[in-house]
Ligand binder design. Structure first.
Ligand code: SF4
Length: 336
């Protein structure tokens, strides 16, 4: 298998703001073994679409979107490790085109069980969603008693030697401030990086306005006890800003609310029930699975049309009493 792939390439996908789409996020399940308060609808959640995209549909969509020049794919959910054919999906993508930058976002709870298979199937990069380095605080935010399994998963992934392991921390007011020193201590001496993600409003979850903690507020907390050195961005579409803490560990921020990166957005999403969602915060979607079986000769046209309808940027969530449309999907049904 050569390390480059020579598949037919079509004209890149662009939206009406001339933003070229290079990154695809595929949610491969709506199931999750945690109930994070900022992701799950507050009332009970047992929703599982019966029409979750099949392995064959995922393979076809990867081929189609790669032909548009997509070179980054992230597998998300729900929790991807709950999908029985996850290793086959990883193996297909990494064999189909080795120079696709493949990544997966997981909560780490089942990493000790599946880590080796995923690594051998070609997965090199993982982001682990973890909001607390404390069993009691972890149980509060996830509403599940899975702290030790998650921690074992992280330590096992470190041993396995994944090329990149990043810890994604959703920043929540009156909660994350207590976690910051614990995260800085936890990653010291490892190649782990922590990314603080500004909370975003989605229908049915936490009261965004009350719980919002900005990148600058976190920087102020850290600067009280540590020296911070900004790190230059690699490219325009890079959504995170990085810092060295005391010149020792690397932390980052995804400030999607206070410093939105929509201007250089290069991504689209496919939901677990097979819809193309050009923007995380817009309910403007088209169903793709209906266009795959049989393969609709106008598939490319439908996808380009959907991209032309992609809006310029997400609304300003900080305006007083901003509420996401209740009719829109909860975060669990969009994917990270
Ligand atoms: S909010 Fe939408 S337009 Fe903005 S960066 Fe995210 S996906 Fe792109």
């Amino acid at each position: 298998m050569s390390d480059t792939c020579t598949h037919i390439l079509r004209k890149p996908l662009t939206d009406s703001f001339e933003r070229e789409i290079r990154s695809l996020r595929i949610s491969i399940t709506e199931k999750c073994n945690l109930r994070c308060r900022y992701c799950m609808p507050e009332d009970s959640y047992e929703h599982h679409s019966k029409d979750v995209i099949t392995l064959e549909e995922i393979k076809l969509l990867v081929e189609v979107f790669h032909s548009f020049g997509i070179n980054k794919i992230r597998l998300t959910g729900g929790e991807p490790t709950l999908r029985p054919d996850l290793t086959e999906i990883v193996r297909f993508i990494s064999n189909y085109c080795p120079n696709i930058e493949l990544n997966m976002t997981t909560n780490g709870v089942l990493l000790e069980k599946f880590g080796i298979d995923l690594l051998n199937a070609g997965l090199k990069r993982i982001n682990i969603s973890i909001d607390a380095i404390d069993p009691v605080e972890f149980q509060y935010i996830t509403q599940r008693n899975q702290y030790q399994k998650m921690m074992n998963g992280i330590l096992f992934a470190l041993q396995l030697g994944f090329e990149s392991i990043k810890l994604n921390v959703v920043a929540i007011k009156d909660f994350t401030e207590r976690q910051i020193p614990k995260f800085i201590k936890f990653i010291e001496g490892t190649n782990l990086e922590v990314r603080f993600i500004e909370l975003m409003p989605f229908s049915g979850n936490l009261n965004f306005q009350d719980k919002f903690l900005s990148k600058n507020e976190i920087l102020q907390v850290i600067e009280q006890t540590h020296a911070l050195t900004p790190i230059q961005k690699d490219n325009l579409s890079q959504t995170f800003t990085m810092y060295y803490v005391d010149g020792k560990v690397k932390i980052g921020f995804i400030p999607s609310v206070t410093d939105s990166f929509c201007k250089n957005c290069d991504r689209v999403r496919i939901t677990a029930d097979g819809n193309l969602r050009p923007c995380l915060h817009s309910s403007n979607e088209i169903n793709l699975t209906n266009l795959l079986n049989p393969l609709d000769p106008e598939l490319e046209g439908h996808i380009r049309e959907a991209l032309r309808k992609k809006w310029k940027e997400h609304p300003d969530f900080r305006i007083a009493n901003y509420r996401p449309p209740l009719s829109d999907r909860a975060m669990i049904l969009i994917g990270g």
